[in-house]
Design a protein around this ligand. Structure first.
Ligand SMILES: [Zn+2]
Length: 360
């Protein structure tokens, strides 16, 4: 197993209440993003990979332990845990939260409701729902797309339990959900990826958008439902949908977001890996990257220095007989991927400045 190095010299939000840090944790192939505020922490998804080479659970556990050691003031509390949808690469680490010693306290849970019986990550989602039901005072929302009534999305004390404003200092981040479970009986809505909770986090002028694994049909239905005002999608940092898959980033969506930085939570691709890996899927895919590199609406900032990165042209065939295909590009724009960059931390100040640390 390859060890994820411990964070060192990471910018912390403690000292400066006008700062937040989004930690895109390298859990291999899967999503896990920890939002660090001066008075609170939020975890979006609990991925990751579970192959002979990578244990997403171990990596998540180590990262959280290191985090809570550094931020002892948070008393091992996650003010909110969001599970975007019940697939294993997003829910596999729920056990890390529920089995932690000493306990990790989860105060609020947002997911997309009861998982389908055969959902690969249904167990994690159900376990967290049981925790929320059994522990008094834990807030829970199972969000359907139909619960979202306005173009600013849905919010509540459970979806947005964080307020770090104290007198004249600190910031009250605004957290809202822009999408959730789709209760339509259409083929695309039966794909759990399209039922992903989409989360928007505005920290002063810095806006982060987390899209779960929403695929193209879900993206276009979502944009259509916000046709009156697409402003909620205008973001500085985009967590790219579905690990940079070929079918989860569209031109319309990128135009609505116009990101300054994009982050892809795909694993390092190694031919040794098994079925559910960045290697097998060919992630991140050239098609998504090309859209993110669009000169008008794509990622506007540059990386600190260009990097030669591995880009998927296609995934392995369904029967496994044809291997995936990759190429190499020199990435100059501020597109980051855990498989290229290891752990990724983006520090944002409330006046909208962004800085990125990788490979720590
Ligand atoms: Zn996924």
């Amino acid at each position: 197993m390859v060890d994820t190095p411990m964070p060192a010299g990471l910018p912390t939000a403690t000292a400066d209440p006008t700062t937040m840090v989004a930690h895109f944790i390298d859990v291999g192939q899967g999503d896990a993003t920890l939002l660090e505020f001066s008075c609170a922490a939020v975890l979006i998804d609990t991925g990751g990979e579970n192959t002979a080479r990578v244990s997403g659970r171990d990596r998540l556990s180590r990262y959280l332990e290191e985090f809570f050691e550094r931020r002892a003031d948070l008393a091992r509390t996650l003010h909110l845990v969001v599970l975007s949808h019940p697939h294993k690469d997003h829910t596999d680490g729920v056990s890390v939260l529920l089995e932690a010693e000493p306990a990790i306290v989860v105060m609020n849970v947002v997911d997309n409701g009861p998982p389908a019986p055969r959902a690969s990550g249904g167990k994690g989602q159900r376990d967290l729902q049981s925790y929320a039901a059994e522990i008094e005072g834990v807030g829970y929302v199972g969000l359907a797309e139909s619960d979202i009534k306005t173009v600013s999305g849905a919010t509540s004390d459970i979806i947005d339990p964080v307020n770090c404003k104290r007198g004249n200092t600190g910031v009250d981040p605004k957290i809202s959900a822009l999408w959730g479970r789709v209760d339509l009986d259409t083929t695309w809505a039966n794909d759990a990826n399209n039922d992903s909770v989409v989360l928007r986090v505005a920290f002063g002028k810095a806006v982060f958008l987390f899209t779960g694994d929403l695929e193209s049909q879900g993206l276009s239905a979502m944009l259509e439902s916000y046709a009156a005002d697409l402003g909620a999608f205008d973001a500085d940092v985009l967590k790219v949908g579905h690990h940079g898959s070929h079918n989860a980033t569209t031109a319309d969506f990128v135009t609505a977001v116009t990101p300054r930085i994009a982050v892809i939570q795909s694993g390092e691709s190694s031919p040794d890996d098994e079925t559910f890996s960045a290697y097998a899927f060919g992630h991140p895919n050239a098609k998504a990257l090309k859209l993110l590199l669009d000169t008008d609406s794509g990622v506007s900032l540059d990386r600190k220095s260009p990097k030669l990165v591995r880009v998927g042209l296609k995934g392995r065939s369904l029967n496994g007989n044809t291997p995936p295909d990759f190429t190499y590009w020199t990435m100059k724009k501020a597109i980051y991927a855990n498989g290229w960059d290891g752990n990724i931390a983006i520090k944002a100040t409330s006046d909208g400045r962004l800085s990125v640390e990788t490979e720590y």
